[in-house]
Design a protein around this ligand. Structure first.
Ligand code: ADP
Ligand code: MG
Length: 313
């Protein structure tokens, strides 16, 4: 989890969105309180809209759930927004050698980390095996610019945007704040952050949480301009069963929680990219740092022994 300092010149607001407390911090500047509050509400509403559009949980229907319930090999038309996030997700799946996988809905639902109640013991190996989709289980059919047709190729192929939608929602939230004339702000959704501008005459200060000592930070950064920084870790949604930690970031090759990392942090040009890549890097472990160098993204990894690799400078 990352955190940001605040000062009296800030307007601060929190909303519960996407299963987490989202903190909005806006530098008051020349704005009056009411217009800042209105801008924050508009950003929060947009983020709520995105949560509703992409979640695979709850009773409210959406296109992603319709797709997941569709017959195998029978095309479903996805709207531009879902199509675009899906294409971005599939390109990150490809670039990450399959470490990031947006079609793990079936094993994710089986593990149940995002459901109403946190489970207390893992599913059986057989159940996990039976829930797994093939590595590439979704396909775009000949489409037009206006109509995107997609098929599922396997009954276990269920879309799950859990590792990228929060970042995308933050990007849209920042877009709304900018449209309202706000130039200096942070949206922090439980450690997924995008910040713009600066904090008065200083940079924004962002702390990277220690994955094992809750109140410690492993690094504090001074960031300004337009920066997205996201951490994926095994310390927020997990349980211990028979002395072993089980958490919500699955190795797509096995269907079991990935074992190489405690936390992975990425700085990227958008929160969607930072979100997806922090999940990918978490799965890959320290070996994934090289790819981040190639992508010109700054990366920091705490491996399963607590050893730190990479750098955010
Ligand atoms: P958080 O939601 O805690 O910020 P992430 O952004 O890393 O964490 O997303 C975790 C969610 O992504 C999981 O709850 C699950 O829905 C989904 N997921 C799990 N493993 C993977 C994976 N290897 N690739 C893509 N999505 C995953
Ligand atoms: Mg993520």
């Amino acid at each position: 989890m990352l955190s940001a300092c605040s000062s009296p010149a800030d307007i601060h607001d929190t909303r519960f969105i996407m299963g987490t407390l989202v903190e909005f911090t806006v530098v008051r500047g020349e704005h009056d309180d009411n217009s800042v509050e209105a801008a924050i509400s508009a950003a929060a509403n947009e983020m709520q809209r995105i949560e509703a559009a992409f979640t695979i949980y709850g009773e409210q229907p959406n296109v992603v759930k319709i797709f997941n319930a569709s017959d195998v090999n029978s095309p479903v038309i996805l709207p531009d927004e879902v199509n675009d996030l899906l294409e971005l997700s599939l390109s990150i799946q490809q670039q990450s050698g399959g470490s990031f996988n947006p079609t793990l809905g079936s094993p994710n639902l089986l593990w149940g980390f995002s459901g109403a109640d946190m489970p207390s013991s893992p599913p059986s190996p057989d159940a996990i095996q039976l829930a797994m989709p093939p590595a590439h289980c979704i396909e775009k059919q000949p489409s037009t610019a206006a109509e995107h047709r997609w098929i599922r190729k396997h009954p276990n192929c269920l879309l799950d945007f859990g590792a990228i939608a929060k970042g995308y929602a933050i990007d849209q939230g920042i877009k709304i704040l900018k449209e309202q004339g706000i130039k200096h702000a942070i949206i922090n959704a439980g450690g997924d952050i995008r910040l713009i501008g600066s904090h008065g005459d200083r940079a924004w200060r962002i702390g990277i949480r220690h994955p094992r000592q809750q109140s410690d930070v492993i690094e504090t950064l001074n960031l300004q301009g337009d920066v997205s920084i996201v951490t994926s870790g095994d310390y927020e949604r997990f349980y211990i069963y028979e002395d072993k930690r089980y958490h919500h970031l699955l190795n797509p090759k096995t269907g079991w929680p990935a074992e190489k990392s405690q936390s992975a942090t990425i700085i990227a040009s958008s929160a969607a990219l930072a979100d997806a890549w922090s999940t990918a890097l978490f799965i890959q472990g320290a070996a994934g740092i090289k790819l981040q160098d190639n992508l010109k993204q700054r990366a920091l990894l705490v491996d399963s022994n607590g050893k730190i690799d990479g750098s955010l400078d």
